[in-house]
Design a protein around this ligand. Sequence first.
Ligand SMILES: *[C@@H]1O[C@H](CO)[C@@H](O)[C@H](O)[C@H]1NC(C)=O
Ligand SMILES: *[C@@H]1O[C@H](CO)[C@@H](O)[C@H](O)[C@H]1NC(C)=O
Ligand SMILES: *[C@@H]1O[C@H](CO)[C@@H](O)[C@H](O)[C@H]1NC(C)=O
Ligand SMILES: *[C@@H]1O[C@H](CO)[C@@H](O)[C@H](O)[C@H]1NC(C)=O
Ligand SMILES: *[C@@H]1O[C@H](CO)[C@@H](O)[C@H](O)[C@H]1NC(C)=O
Ligand SMILES: *[C@@H]1O[C@H](CO)[C@@H](O)[C@H](O)[C@H]1NC(C)=O
Length: 644
Amino acid sequence: MAKLRFMILLLLFSSVFSVDFLFNSFTNVKNLTLINDAHIDGSVIRMTNDSNQYSYGRVFYPTKLPMKPISSFSTTFIFSILPQIPTSPGFGLAFLLCNTTSPPDALASQYFGLFNNFPSVFPLIAVEFDTGQNPEFNDIDDNHIGIDLNNIESINATPAGYYNSSAAFFPLRMRTGQNIRAWIDFDGENFEFNVTIAPIGISRPSIPTLSYKNPIIANYISSDMYFGFSASKTNWIEAQRVLAWSFSDSGPARDLNTTNLPVFQPESSSSSFSGGAIAGIVVGCVVFVLICASVFYLWGRHIKGKEEEEDEIEDWELEYWPHRFSYEELSAATGEFRRDNLLGSGGFGRVYRGILLNKTQVAVKCVNHDSKQGLREFMAEISSMGRLQHKNLVQMRGWCRKGNELMLVYDYMPNGSLNKWVFDNPEKLLGWEQRRRILVDVAEGLNYLHHGWDQVVIHRDVKSSNILLDAEMRGRLGDFGLAKLYQHGEVPNTTRVVGTLGYLAPELATVTAPTSASDVYSFGVVLLEVACGRRPIETSVAEEEVVLIDWVRDLYAKGCATEAADARIQGEFDLRDMEMVLKLGLACCHPDPQRRPTMKEVVALLLGEDLPEAPGKVLSDLVRGGGDDGELGEEAPLQSLPPV
Ligand SMILES: *[C@@H]1O[C@H](CO)[C@@H](O)[C@H](O)[C@H]1NC(C)=O
Ligand SMILES: *[C@@H]1O[C@H](CO)[C@@H](O)[C@H](O)[C@H]1NC(C)=O
Ligand SMILES: *[C@@H]1O[C@H](CO)[C@@H](O)[C@H](O)[C@H]1NC(C)=O
Ligand SMILES: *[C@@H]1O[C@H](CO)[C@@H](O)[C@H](O)[C@H]1NC(C)=O
Ligand SMILES: *[C@@H]1O[C@H](CO)[C@@H](O)[C@H](O)[C@H]1NC(C)=O
Ligand SMILES: *[C@@H]1O[C@H](CO)[C@@H](O)[C@H](O)[C@H]1NC(C)=O
């Protein structure tokens, strides 16, 4: 009798405390927790909503998984990631454990809808299946699996693929729409993750794709955690689907039934029946013509007996401007692009420090691009920019192309970028006088781009990390025009939107073409962040202070704008001057592009010069130390952040 009672108790316990389920399809499944845009679409879970510009979705099992003192689990699922445009930026999806279903810092648009671009404080463990390369976070490639601990930057990552039993590696592209089966095993005693993937039809590989064992995982576990999937997207459509899922915390997860799974393919290959026949004929003809053409082409080349190599210099490259470095030269200068010469990696690629044969120090920026056509147009652009010379621009020395990789050679800026001197806990904090001078420098550089050249050059990505400091600590604007590379038709293969969140003018959400007024907006954000000593979006502060512009504007409306000034340099500045800079920042960030000052006016104001004639109303108000009449645009709330 006692034994029976014990058995019942045990049964009760195990049914309460163990989690074990199997979904071979999600048809009529009602009890999963679907967050935001995640929804059940027929028999599968769809993570994002194509109609929304910024979209994220998460799906969780309804109950939490007890994780302490020790819990191990095993899960297997089938996913499919299908982009609408194969060359668009990739996003991917993540399996996660978190003690909340709404990680507080998550962005709606990027980073799997889980993270921001800084480490979070919530216990959050994600296994990412990443289909985009984000050099900013040292992504190894655009098709990898990684372990993320409270941070979008993976602590461990490996290219996606699988091993056969004799340890030969087979890469597996995850962004083709094909159904992929994944297995994740977690050993809570040894803090070890094994992640394995394989296409349907390949039985479970015995060697995991990724194996990561580290006791620090313990720091990211809370007593119980929700578990499930998360994904996000920006303007580009990527359908992330989960087709089946099984899970167990008391032994290996049960096998999924992989027969009769739905198949998702790129749109072009699924034409309707009658259209299909016509399309077939057309495609057939085109293929035939192409084959003929290529046969003739190859034959022609053969006759000429000329061996053309991909990296050979092409005619158009010679038309362009100053100095074309050889790859060997740059490779030697940077010690074969050695890691310890890496100065940083930003949205556009990696930057290495190099020393040329003549002992000049340079910075070599490597930009990846996947279309030669775009590259060619871009070179036309950049070559004219190579002729731009101004004391407040980072001078370009030359360039080099290898395959689709473009290397741009710039003067080396020994003091790094402005943000490192102003935010967080810089080794040495910049004083107000230096900050003020750097702001004038940058305004002059931008003014030169806008007005000093026969055509207007739009920078497109003005921000404090693109402002570099030379040996004299003078400010110079870098990276001008680079953003344009990503707007020549082809979309970049990174999860980055062109321009940087927090600095983007609101009209760019609806109007596509950046203008000098949108540069002025970004410069306004720089004015504010340098004066206030904080990032445009700071999530570690009180809610009303998160978006810098909104906060300063609110204070301005209350007549106490200078309360926003960086407290660490209190006493160094003249209050009226600080107020002028803050107001100018707000004027530049006016929601209506027409009412922002021009860079010419900005420079004049910063220098305390007389204004050119017919200054905008906003400015005349500023000069007169004008009234708080709402001119700085309180009426229109800024859309500085996509909704989260
Ligand atoms: C959710 O529903 C499925 C059947 O659709 C069932 O097997 C499972 O036990 C349910 N889970 C919970 C937590 O209710
Ligand atoms: C996707 O978003 C659109 C617009 O926000 C909405 O109308 C639609 O219902 C959503 N679709 C799903 C499946 O949630
Ligand atoms: C999640 O963990 C954090 C940090 O340990 C804690 O502050 C928070 O209260 C927890 N939230 C929940 C819902 O358990
Ligand atoms: C694994 O793949 C390699 C390379 O294709 C092949 O040579 C080897 O025989 C394979 N091993 C097994 C056990 O199939
Ligand atoms: C992970 O894989 C390694 C190597 O195959 C194996 O020794 C280890 O037991 C596995 N751990 C888990 C948690 O599955
Ligand atoms: C898998 O599902 C199919 C139907 O979709 C069914 O005919 C088959 O028996 C299932 N296999 C197993 C092992 O349950």
